[in-house]
Design a protein around this ligand. Structure first.
Ligand SMILES: Cc1cc2nc3c(=O)[nH]c(=O)nc-3n(C[C@H](O)[C@H](O)[C@H](O)COP(=O)(O)OP(=O)(O)OC[C@H]3O[C@@H](n4cnc5c(N)ncnc54)[C@H](O)[C@@H]3O)c2cc1C
Length: 416
């Protein structure tokens, strides 16, 4: 990363804090561009010096450097942030519901925003096209509910959906944006600072995110399916059932498949970028609506990853979000039912554990003099209080050991 001219980007580089959202390149397109770095994650490369004012602005919106909780009339939940309500929902279009990641409610809302004329287009993420590898993602601008439905599904790979920001702000159209919580946080921070961004993006949607796996993780997944990455012509991570299977289509016309528990839990979740491991916002607190999985549970309350008719969990974060969800339901795009928030802590163990142990891991990084994101109002202490001290100590020691190892290898590398 050529970051010498920017204090903000230098800090991001030193701490390996980049989330890959592309907001810096989208805000300063002539100066910064995103390029794939180690293991395929997109990282900023600065081509021209930023002014002190630009650098300060970058520090204020870069989610790698920090995130502030948005003001809300609701008290923030220690694990899930501030919200008005949570509901289960599913697309009424049976085909969309079947193909989507969960219940297709996110695509149904986006489709409704377009057909009702509330926005002119949607910025979203879809599978890359050849010659890019089949697991890769691309940012697309959808203008019809059909486009949106075609892009339904989760891409467990790097995406930088904000790199086109300057063009979209200049474009004059009103966009709905959907992205990872870090993408949504960057866009919200920009919209709060800049009227032009707020006008161009009246609606921000997000989803629960456990982290972005690397290219190596994706290659390992394909090999776990009994194929080689070069053989794969198309790839989906889940969907076609809830949660469905990861499915690779091969050049010889055959398919390989692996269940969700094996593909995400067994492979991809072991290959996440550093920033995702110290993320305070896995549930899209900056969005108007955020979507996740309201998994069915066993008798002990643990999530069951067995195919069932898809459902999306919808977290209503703002009054606008509540209004949009109600309008989409009234228009017949989706159906919804109540959701008992108390159950979420059991069925989202990854989100729960990351939030509860985050403060301990940030402390370890600080003690090792590693830069960490500046989180404000994100209730990390309240989340840590829910955890057993032995678990916190283990998280602290694990992160300290990793940071120590990283520092040693940096020192060895710089002497070589
Ligand atoms: C990397 C990742 C991690 C996730 N981790 C969790 C988790 O821990 N817990 C949980 O409950 N849910 C998680 N999800 C969300 C879940 O997979 C579903 O996306 C969510 O439940 C919404 O389902 P849906 O059927 O309503 O969405 P759909 O109707 O299928 O729509 C999905 C939308 O997300 C967009 N999208 C897909 N992948 C990306 C991406 N990589 N970057 C930006 N936009 C994208 C698509 O363009 C589409 O508009 C994760 C998703 C991703 C991509």
């Amino acid at each position: 990363m050529s970051v010498v001219n920017s204090v903000a980007l230098a800090r991001v580089g030193r701490g390996n804090l980049c989330a890959g959202c592309g907001a810096c390149a989208g805000r300063f397109p002539k100066m910064i561009e995103m390029q794939p770095a180690g293991d395929g994650w997109p990282r900023p490369v600065a081509h021209a010096p930023l002014t002190a004012a630009q650098d300060a602005e970058l520090s204020a919106f870069c989610p790698g450097l920090g995130q502030s909780a948005l003001p809300s009339d609701r008290p923030p939940h220690p694990l899930w942030g501030a919200f008005q309500d949570m509901r289960r929902a599913w697309a009424t279009d049976a085909d969309l519901r079947h193909r989507a990641a969960s219940g297709g409610a996110l695509s149904a809302v986006l489709g409704h925003l377009l057909t009702s004329g509330r926005v002119d287009a949607v910025i979203q993420t879809a599978a890359a096209l050849p010659p890019d590898p089949a697991h890769a993602s691309r940012t697309i601008v959808s203008t019809s509910a059909g486009d949106v439905a075609a892009a339904a599904g989760s891409r467990y790979a790097a995406s930088s959906p904000l790199t086109g920001l300057a063009d979209w702000v200049a474009d004059g159209r009103r966009f709905a944006f959907v992205g990872k919580p870090c993408d949504a946080a960057a866009l919200r921070a920009l919209a709060l600072r800049d009227h032009g961004v707020a006008r161009a993006f009246p609606v921000i949607l997000s989803f629960f995110c456990a982290g972005v796996p690397s290219r190596r993780g994706n290659d390992a997944l394909v090999r776990a399916m009994g194929a080689e990455p070069e053989q794969v012509t198309a790839f989906r991570y889940r969907g076609h059932g809830w949660p469905g299977h990861a499915v690779a289509q091969l050049a010889d016309g055959s398919e390989r498949a692996l269940g969700y528990h094996e593909s995400w839990g067994g492979v991809l979740s072991k290959h996440l970028q550093h920033r995702c491991k110290i993320c305070a916002d896995g549930t899209g607190t900056a969005a108007d609506l955020s979507f996740g999985d309201p998994w069915e549970t066993d008798a002990q309350g643990y999530p069951l990853f067995i195919d069932a008719p898809g459902q999306s969990l919808v977290v209503i974060r703002s009054a606008l979000g509540a209004e949009i969800l109600a309008a989409a339901e009234q228009a017949g795009a989706l159906e919804s039912a109540s959701y008992d928030v108390a159950g979420l802590v059991m069925i989202q163990p990854g989100q729960r554990n990351r939030r509860r142990t985050l403060l301990a891991r940030l402390l370890a990084l600080r003690l090792m003099a590693r830069p960490v994101p500046d989180y404000r109002g994100m209730t990390l202490l309240a989340a840590a209080r829910q955890e057993r001290p032995t678990v916190l100590l283990k998280a602290f020691l694990g992160m300290a050991r990793r940071a120590w190892r990283d520092r040693r290898s940096e020192q060895t590398g710089s002497k070589a």
